[in-house]
Design a protein around this ligand. Structure first.
Ligand code: PMP
Length: 376
């Protein structure tokens, strides 16, 4: 008898009746099974007779919830005991000043890879508290690619290099972490746990919740414990990563709902094969849309170089703003929603994170072919 292979379940390819394909950049589409579980837990968590939002963060149910979240995140990250997982209130943007205050001496500096709008904003946030130096200036090429190692200027002496693994607005993505002569800090907000990626090459990785991790207003930080030991001890505790690590991310009342959502999202990812299984799935999903772009004869105009295309956020321009408006209106009528590009970038953007159902990418590609034929 052949061995029974325990097959990894595939995520549902379509949404259930009454729901649409949501291409929003974030808050973004979530797995329906997670939404269903949250609906139940909202009323009664773990059979306690107390709902998720009503649980004390010092009670046994929250202890269990937190342990489950840490465990699920560990299963996805594959990082061991040398790393701490933190759940912080607030978004990714807060991390830029916090990282600098925690880990950069007053006379130190941060190297920045300016690869897109969010990296650029992060650089500004950092510059409010410490000196920054651009190690790569993507404005010169209108953010059309992410740098190869050789394009990043010498970072030796920097407290760290800050870079963004997936540029959500422009639609570019690093294939692997850059190799530089400085500790590496990564904003992985829009592609955390979406593929096999060498997290251990970093000293710190962060992602806010509203994409692959669920709810907005919370940020997960993965950080080396050895780094925490060297952090500035004079900071107010509520701004100190080490303090959050010591207190299991509950120095005060934590964002309990967001922590539960991250825990369930990470468990959903792990149950469906983990980041390694999502990589090929996400690649295949995005390929449908890129194929339509490529066969449109220049009607759809991606601004990124083909070798840097993101599997998470697919961004392209149309010949006119009027056509963008028409594209958005007509696609919505087909149940393909949330496709308007970022307000500072324009065009169309399809975000297809882990939980985005695969069929939606095929349907979008078919819609795009048809739209280009009629309007090209
Ligand atoms: N970094 C990246 C890569 C993002 O995509 C975003 C939000 N879209 C942010 C940072 C900002 O995240 P937040 O709104 O959680 O501060």
């Amino acid at each position: 008898m052949p061995h029974a292979v325990s097959a990894v379940p595939e995520p549902p390819a379509t949404p259930s009746v009454g729901r649409v394909y949501n291409f929003s950049a974030g808050p973004a589409a979530m797995p329906e099974s997670v939404l269903g579980q949250l609906r139940e837990e909202m009323f009664d968590l773990f059979g306690t007779g107390i709902g998720l939002l009503e649980q004390s963060h010092r009670g046994a149910a929250y202890d269990r919830l937190l342990a489950e979240a840490f465990q699920a995140v560990d299963a996805c990250s594959g990082l061991g005991d040398e790393w701490a997982t933190l759940f912080l209130p607030g978004g990714s943007m807060q991390q830029f000043s916090l990282m600098a205050m925690n880990f950069v001496p007053k006379d130190g500096w941060v190297a920045f890879a300016d690869t897109g709008l969010w990296a650029h904003k992060g650089e500004h946030e950092t510059s409010c508290v410490r000196r920054v130096r651009k190690a790569f200036d993507g404005t010169a090429c209108r953010y059309d690619h992410v740098p190869a190692d050789g394009e990043i200027s010498d970072c030796s002496g920097a407290a760290y290099l800050s870079y963004c693994s997936n540029n959500t607005v422009e639609g570019t993505q690093f294939a692997r972490p850059p190799r530089v002569a400085a500790p590496l800090f990564c904003d992985a907000t829009s592609d955390i746990f979406s593929r096999e990626y060498d997290l251990a090459a970093h000293d710190l990785v962060f992602a806010s919740g509203q994409k692959n991790l669920g709810a907005s207003g919370i940020t997960m930080v993965l950080v080396r414990r050895s780094l925490l030991e060297r952090a500035d001890r004079s900071l107010p505790p509520m701004l100190s990563y080490a303090h959050f690590a010591r207190t299991e991310s509950r120095p005060n009342t934590p964002p309990t709902f967001g922590v539960r959502v991250i825990g369930l999202m990470a468990k959903w990812i792990a149950d469906h094969g983990g980041p390694a299984a999502f990589g090929p799935r996400n690649r295949a999903k995005a390929a449908h849309i890129y194929a339509s772009i490529d066969r449109s004869g220049g009607f759809y105009r991606p601004s990124m170089r083909a070798d840097c295309r993101s599997d998470m956020s697919i961004s392209f321009q149309l010949p006119s703003d009027a056509l963008v408006d028409r594209f958005v209106a007509e696609s919505e009528r087909e149940g393909l929603c949330g496709l308007r590009g970022h307000r500072e970038w324009g065009g169309i953007r399809a975000c297809v994170y882990n939980a985005f159902p695969a069929k939606g990418c095929e349907l979008l590609a078919t819609f795009m072919d048809e739209f280009a034929r009629r309007n090209g």
